[in-house]
Design a protein around this ligand. Structure first.
Ligand code: 3UK
Length: 560
């Protein structure tokens, strides 16, 4: 019998670390500011020594998946055995050539491709701590991460090396920066002898510092343990998504975003399935790749599903079994459009970088269109009022959640606002209904208060999206001399629709017919595009800023 950690207490003591460089553990938040962790399900009780890369790769091979395709890209296929060999070689390069010591942070920079994933798993296997960066980040943002996480080694796609080198110039701890794609890392790997044993890490050793794609303030580094990487597979994936070994995963989120990490790496590998990696995964590329690779499970954001639903007719999507939507609220019209286009129910799920992945969702047969779902097995959630106490069902309040994963910021005072009384407060406003389903309202800072009413921008957006002329929209509060704040909509039209006062009136009437009339947008501005983050989120703060400037006669483009 393997000895298990003592799970009787909600927050067990940390086990002896496998790290030599203890920076990550030393910079965990103070114990009193940790969320309470929950390990109710037996499958979430991991042994005290655990290396998640071993669990994901070596275990799959031991179960007979060695010759099954692990990664498929336009450049070719790697079986589990071939991937494991590449991972071992990169790990050997990290340890023997670059002097990695367990606990060192390693920056990874690349689009979704086989080298990026192999490098990721190699860092984990060698006992390093991954800090992955989104491809579009600039030197300033990379520099912040290099310094904040005291990164000593960087592995980078040669095509993204320029910003990397600029950032490296300002990072005193960075000792090595090695590129793949131009032969440098490939050459080192060819010389490296495989066979380096995996690092004997503790289940609660930090293995990932994921920076939030924060829209305001400095990005926060969220720290996750080896066991967390498996916990999201054994909670959300196992109980809600329920993939099998013959599934073919595909999607658009970058692996540096934990939505992509789970959906395109951890979930498929946990069950010995295949992942299709695309460097460029706009709606058109994604549709073509789904058909070409006969993908069965798709991960992307609501806006991408909306765009794909409109172009689906030209593609054979009969291979698709399950489609996950996360990152932003899923408007009901998008759910319906996808259902019409494919016959599938979109699986909405709310996740957060702090929680590592999705914690409220629903299995297909339990979906209520418009609701996010119920807590994923292993998680608990509630809606609380300003006093921190749970509010009655049907009442709006702040979402609080806890489970096997949770928020641990790297040396950041904002820990005390995200975690209160052992619960993670995600910053979202929700209503829970009598049946336990959670209905998303808005980000708490995005609630519009107009003439004394609380109006949730996303609800107005969903109403607008059900109008045939609307391609995309964003709704925010705009200052108004008479009313204080009014509801303002930024609308991108579908081709063939002319903007003008007639359409403004038509859209306003449409909203009044769909939802309570007082919520209708008193101002509507037509724009070419909406400002979005690299993870696909609408930047409402940019729209608010634009609305405020416009109200004061200083309009700029909402993206600018
Ligand atoms: C919002 C949603 C309504 C919500 C993420 C899945 O998005 C992810 O992580 P981030 O740290 O952002 C977290 C915030 O995004 N959000 C996400 N999903 C939904 N709002 N409905 C949804 N389905 O405000 C949340 O607090 O970028 C998503 C998996 C892993 C992730 N990191």
């Amino acid at each position: 019998m393997e000895r298990l950690q003592d799970w009787s207490g909600a927050t067990p003591d940390l086990t002896p670390s496998g790290h030599v460089d203890t920076f990550a553990r030393d910079n965990l938040p103070p114990r009193a500011q940790w969320p309470e962790f929950r390990f109710g399900l037996p499958e979430l009780r991991y042994p005290p020594r655990l290396n998640c890369a071993v669990e994901l790769l070596d275990r799959a091979i031991a179960r007979g998946r060695g010759d099954h395709p692990a990664i498929v890209t336009p450049a070719g296929t790697l079986t589990y055995r071939q991937l494991a060999e590449r991972v071992e070689r990169i790990a050997a390069v990290l340890v023997r050539r670059l002097g990695l010591v367990p606990g060192n942070r390693v920056l990874l920079r690349g689009a979704n491709n086989a080298w990026m994933v192999a490098a990721y798993l190699a860092v984990l296997r060698a006992g390093g701590v991954v800090v992955a960066t989104m491809p579009l980040l600039r030197a300033r943002e990379i520099g912040h991460m290099l310094r904040k996480a005291r990164i000593s080694i960087a592995l980078c796609d040669a095509r993204l090396a320029e910003e990397m080198r600029k950032a490296a110039a300002e990072a005193p701890d960075l000792r090595h920066c090695v590129c793949w794609g131009d032969g440098e890392l490939e050459g080192m790997c060819a010389e490296a002898a495989p066979g380096l044993p995996a690092c004997d890490t503790a289940a609660d050793d930090v293995c990932l510092i994921a920076f939030t794609s924060g829209t305001t303030g400095e990005p926060k580094g969220t720290m996750h343990f080896h066991r967390d990487m498996l916990a999201i597979c054994d909670s959300y994936a196992r109980h809600v998504l329920r993939p099998g070994p013959s599934d073919v995963f595909i999607g658009s989120p970058p692996i540096a975003f934990t939505f992509g990490l789970g959906g395109l790496v951890l979930f498929p590998f946990r069950v010995g399935a295949t992942t299709v990696l695309l460097e460029k995964a706009g709606p058109e590329e994604l549709l073509a790749a789904i058909a070409a690779h006969r993908a069965t499970i798709c991960f992307t954001a609501p806006t991408a599903y909306r765009a794909m639903a409109q172009q689906a007719a030209g593609h054979d999507l009969s291979c698709l079994r399950k489609c996950v939507s996360a990152g932003e609220a899923l408007p009901k019209p998008v759910f319906e459009a996808w259902r019409r286009a494919t016959g599938l129910k979109l699986m909405d799920g709310i996740g957060a970088t702090e929680m590592l992945h999705i914690f409220i969702a629903a299995r297909e047969e339990e979906i209520r269109p418009g609701a996010t779902g119920r807590p994923v097995p292993g998680y608990e959630a509630k809606v609380i009022g300003e006093d921190g106490r749970e509010v009655p069902r049907g009442t709006m309040g702040r979402l609080a959640v806890r489970g096997p994963t949770g928020c641990r910021y790297l040396a950041d005072p904002r820990q005390a606002s995200y975690v209160q009384d052992g619960w993670n407060l995600t910053g979202d406003t929700y209503v829970q209904d009598e049946d336990g389903y959670f209905w998303y309202q808005a980000r708490s800072d995005d609630m519009i208060i107009s003439a004394g009413y609380n109006i949730a921008g996303p609800e107005v957006e969903a109403a607008l999206l059900s109008h045939p002329a609307v391609r995309e929209c964003g709704v925010v509060g705009a200052p108004d001399p008479e009313r204080g704040t009014i509801v303002k909509a930024y609308v991108v039209l579908k081709p063939g629709h002319a903007s003008g006062p007639d359409l403004v009136r038509a859209l306003q009437e449409h909203v009044k017919a769909e939802i309570a009339p007082y919520k209708y947008p008193r101002a509507i501005e037509f724009v070419e595009a909406l400002p979005r983050t690299e993870t696909g989120k609408l930047q409402r703060f940019a729209l608010r800023r634009h609305a405020a400037a416009a109200a004061h006669g200083m309009a700029t483009a909402p993206g600018g």
